[in-house]
Design a protein around this ligand. Structure first.
Ligand code: SAM
Length: 339
């Protein structure tokens, strides 16, 4: 199982950014597909602001938010203790007991787990969602296969990731150019793909899925208050968090140069003409019904061979980020099962 390094870490400026997110501004492409009573897993949920909104959308359905980082799961749990959304759980787990639990009666729980090895049964959820998670993984195709394993046949896997190369801003800024170049280099040094948005459809095809609906959406920051928030956020994230320290460790820059980049963000925020758009790619994967027809148990006939599928992806098959039009490991397996 890959032991990926999460480029951003979970320091205050990062959490300030993540906690701003809502289902409306970050999961709009999914909302129309949600129904009351659905069960939903939010992979890499961070502090859980999107998760809480999704829980409202499917209430009284069971919702689980999970993340590899125990500290951020503690923060998410503290938020539901204050919020009690969407209904009062029997017991709100604390970070001490945040390890994967089997408390399906609680409408919203947050748990520590890894997307590469989810502690859930085959087909346990109607919907499995991940926002800005695959862009941080060294094997996003394996993550998609594992996410689909815990999705019921006919259910949805929903993924949205940003695309750093596609971020556009005005006015031109050498400091922001440096920021983008340094960020993309650090992310790639961690084995991740900072331009994930444009890769999602290819990754879904590489994982063997045929029923994939691609889309895109953006965040735009251009009013004085939005600019102030976003610009100061990235000034702090550049100069004060894990991403900047990794850039220094890699020999890409120095603290003094990061301070110059942070100042460029503040200057952009103060410019009355300042404008920025953050481009995101999105995919909705409909998990196939076909392997489960005729009483074929998924764990016995299909998903039990997931390891071989993953080995196929890693060995002869496509690499993450490669173009579609290659071998289709899950598709091939499907034919064998039904053949
Ligand atoms: C950019 S944050 C997104 C958080 C949240 N989804 C949001 O959009 O606000 C990415 C999250 O993925 C988590 N993550 C990274 N690798 C993971 C893995 N292998 N399994 C589970 N979570 C992971 C990180 O800890 C981090 O909280």
């Amino acid at each position: 199982m890959p032991d990926d390094r999460y480029t951003h870490g979970h320091e205050e400026p990062v959490l300030r950014s993540h906690s701003w997110r809502t289902a409306a501004n970050s999961a709009g492409y999914l909302l129309a597909h949600l129904r009351s009573g659905m069960s939903l897993l939010d992979v890499g949920c961070g502090p859980g602001s999107i998760t809480r909104d999704l829980a409202r959308a499917v209430a009284p359905g069971r919702v689980v938010g999970m993340d590899r980082d125990a500290g951020v799961i503690g923060i998410a749990n503290a938020e539901i203790a204050a919020d009690a959304v969407p209904a009062v759980p029997d017991a709100v787990p604390t970070v001490a007991d945040a390890a994967p639990t089997s408390t399906p009666t609680a409408p919203l729980t947050f748990e520590v787990a890894d997307v590469y090895d989810l502690p859930y049964d085959d087909g346990e959820f109607d919907v499995v969602h991940a926002h800005q998670v695959l862009q941080h993984l060294s094997d996003p195709v394996a993550a998609l296969i594992e996410m689909s394993r815990v999705t019921r046949p006919g259910g949805l896997v929903a993924v949205r990731d940003s695309d750093y190369a596609a971020i556009a801003w005005y006015p031109p800024s050498l400091g922001l150019d440096t920021w983008r170049r340094v960020y993309r280099t650090v992310a790639r040094a961690n084995g991740a793909e900072p331009d994930a948005g444009r890769h999602l459809l290819a990754w879904a095809h590489a994982a063997g899925f045929a029923d994939v609906t691609p889309s895109s959406s953006t965040w735009c920051f251009a009013t004085p208050s939005d600019r102030e928030w976003w610009g100061n956020l990235w000034a702090d994230r550049t100069a004060e968090t894990a991403f900047g320290r990794q850039a220094i460790d890699l020999g890409l820059t120095s603290q003094a140069r990061l301070e110059v980049v942070a100042e460029a963000w503040r200057n952009w925020a103060a410019d009355e003409d300042g404008w920025i758009v953050i481009v995101h790619g999105e995919i909705l994967i409909r998990v196939p019904e076909r392997p489960f027809r005729g009483g074929i148990a998924p764990s016995a006939k299909w998903w039990s061979q997931r390891g071989e599928l993953l080995a196929g992806v890693g060995a002869g098959g496509p690499t993450p980020g490669s173009a579609p039009g290659h071998s289709n490991p899950v598709g091939g397996q499907r034919d064998e099962v039904n053949g």
